[in-house]
Each structure stands twice: as structure tokens, then as C-alpha cells.
Design a protein around this ligand. Structure first.
Ligand SMILES: Nc1ncnc2c1ncn2[C@@H]1O[C@H](COP(=O)(O)OP(=O)(O)O)[C@@H](O)[C@H]1O
Ligand SMILES: [Mg+2]
Length: 306
């Protein structure tokens, strides 16, 4: 088994990305893979992923979002579109990953994950290779690939986070969300999957509540998880523009560009791009993501990893 895994690693490392001449980010390592997650559900991850993606597009970048959360308010719901296909169709070999991309406003690209991602940890070797080959094609599609993961510390979520170049942890100031956020950081730290993590505090109710919340979390992390470093990306105030945007199927950075939430998300996008700090010194972009994903999740169950 170890030999097989090693073999796959070599294949991914040495194989040229398909269609290398197609796009401007076609060379491996040009795009940045960002996983967005939270300990607790319902903290605003999906709203942030979508609007952060759009804010990055406004800054001149191309963005692909992978909708890997099987929760209720998925990105396609927020955009009022029903995906005809998802990654399960890619794994079945009936569709290529480019065929299932949905194009949203400002040409944000959305890959509907569906059950294809749910079963990620249980893929057989053939499907695993199919997924790896297909994911490589995303390298040409975006400068940023943002993964909206489910909340919590399931194996799939942890694998996505561990494999990504960057991890953004979303929390609200509520003690329950913070406790779960800490729980997630603990798992990532104990399993040596992440040493650096961006934090966004969402739905704050008064000035500086975001920074105070972050500082409290950071104090605990410094005391109990000394190998984990946090970076504060900013806060998004509780803003009715966010929920009304969900109701009107119009992302707030487009529909309510002057809202407090839009200003906050634009600032966060700017910080994320200007503070280029990435944890992994090695292979970045989709190639690095795939390699780490294979090591973390896409192993045969009998190999007993994770
Ligand atoms: N900053 C905010 N202000 C007001 N409402 C918010 C804010 N962030 C999120 N919400 C609302 O909270 C709900 C859950 O958001 P969602 O993005 O679906 O969370 P998650 O993806 O973490 O489950 C949505 O109805 C959304 O409109
Ligand atoms: Mg969600």
C-alpha cells in the first residue's frame, strides 16, 4: 500500500499539468488554494466565501469556488441556480470538471461538490486518479481556488484544510462558535496539519468586538497550542445587507456595495492578497493541494491513515 501511495505521489509530481499552454496560471503553483471552514455551522462561511471571491475578482483576480459544504444554504442556492451536475458526475467519468463549472456574477466560477465530495475519503483507486486528473484542470481556471468546506472536524474537512495553501477559520463572537473554533485548531495542531491560520470574526455587534474576540482566541491558542500561529484578517459586522442579499439572490458586494459588510469583505480581500503569507513552503496551487490531499484523505481505508 505504501508503495502504491508513493507511486501516485511520483505520478502527480512529475506529470505535466494538462493543457499547460492554456491559461495564464497554467504553471503548477500559480494559483492559491484557500480552505474556508468553521468549528460550528451557520457562522456565515458560505456568504463570506461567495462575497470574498467576488471581492477578489474586483481586485483583478480570477476565482473558482468549490462548494464542498452539504449544508442547506449552498452557494448555488445563494446564486439561485440549480446545478445540473456535480463532482459525482466527474468521478463517474460522464463529465469533465470544466463541464460542471457554473458561472456566477462577475464570472465567478463555482464547482458544485455534491455527493462527489462527500465520498472523498472512500474513493477507490481509479476514481481517485480521475479526481486528481480533473482537479488539475482547475489550475487554468483561477488565480484563487476557494473551498467552502462543511463545518466541524470530519475527516474530509480536516483533509481539505490540511491540503490547502491557506486556511481561513470563520467564527462569530458567540462562546459556542469560539469553543468549536478552538476545537478545530486543536485537532489541526495536534495532527500537525496546520501551523498558520487566518481568522475572520463574523456577525460582530459592536466596534472592536471582532478584534477582542480574536485576541481572546489567540491568547488561549498561544497558551495551549504553541505551534499554531493565528493571523487576524478582520471582522464583518452583523449587517442586514448580508441576509437580504441571501433572500434576493444577489451577493452583497454586488447588490449592496456601500454596506458595512461589503467594505469589510473588500478590506479582507485586500489583506489576504497583500499579506501573501502562506504556510507551506513546498509545492503550492492545485498540484500541491492534490499531493497533500492524497496523503491526508485519499488513501485506501486499510492504510489506516487519519
Ligand atoms: N455578517 C452578517 N450579518 C447578518 N447576517 C449574516 C452575516 N453573516 C451571515 N449571516 C446570515 O447567517 C446565515 C448563515 O450564513 P451562511 O453563510 O449560510 O453560514 P454557513 O455557511 O457558515 O452555514 C445566513 O442567513 C446569512 O444571511
Ligand atoms: Mg454554508
Amino acid at each position: 500500500m505504501a508503495d502504491q501511495a508513493e507511486q501516485l505521489r511520483i505520478e502527480v509530481n512529475t506529470k505535466k499539468p494538462e493543457g499547460e499552454s492554456r491559461g495564464r496560471s497554467s504553471a503548477a503553483g500559480k494559483c492559491r488554494v484557500i480552505a474556508v471552514s468553521s468549528g460550528k455551522g451557520g457562522v456565515g462561511k458560505t456568504s463570506l466565501v461567495l462575497n470574498l471571491g467576488l471581492a477578489l475578482i474586483k481586485l483583478g483576480h480570477r476565482v473558482v469556488v468549490i462548494d464542498a459544504d452539504l449544508g442547506l444554504a449552498n452557494i448555488d442556492v445563494m446564486l439561485n441556480s440549480i446545478p445540473r451536475f456535480n463532482l459525482a458526475d466527474v468521478l463517474n467519468g460522464t463529465k469533465g470538471i470544466r463541464d460542471i463549472i457554473m458561472h456566477g456574477p462577475m464570472d465567478i466560477k463555482v464547482v458544485p461538490g455534491g455527493s462527489g465530495l462527500y465520498d472523498l475519503a472512500n474513493l477507490d483507486r481509479v476514481k481517485r486518479q480521475v479526481l486528481i486528473e480533473q482537479l488539475k484542470d482547475l489550475e487554468d481556471e483561477g488565480d484563487y481556488i476557494i473551498i467552502d468546506t462543511a463545518a466541524g472536524i470530519s475527516r474530509n474537512v480536516i483533509s481539505f484544510i490540511g491540503a490547502a495553501d491557506d486556511f481561513i477559520l470563520v467564527t462569530t463572537p458567540e462562546p459556542t462558535a469560539l469553543t468549536d473554533a478552538y476545537g478545530m485548531l486543536k485537532v489541526l495542531s495536534e495532527q500537525n496539519l496546520k501551523k498558520f491560520c487566518h481568522v475572520i470574526v463574523n456577525s460582530t455587534r459592536n466596534l472592536q468586538q471582532g478584534y477582542k474576540t480574536y485576541s481572546g482566541l489567540n491568547r488561549v491558542v498561544q497558551s495551549y497550542l504553541p505551534s499554531m500561529e493565528l493571523n487576524y484578517l478582520g471582522e464583518v459586522r452583523y449587517d442586514l445587507a448580508v441576509s437580504s442579499a441571501v433572500h434576493s439572490f444577489s451577493p452583497f458586494v454586488i447588490g449592496k456595495p456601500r454596506s458595512a459588510a461589503s467594505a469589510a469583505v473588500n478590506r479582507i480581500a485586500w489583506r489576504l492578497t497583500s499579506n501573501g503569507r502562506q504556510e507551506k513552503p513546498g509545492l503550492t496551487g492545485i498540484a500541491g493541494f492534490i499531493r497533500r490531499l492524497k496523503e491526508l484523505a485519499l488513501v485506501d481505508p486499510e492504510e489506516g491513515k487519519l
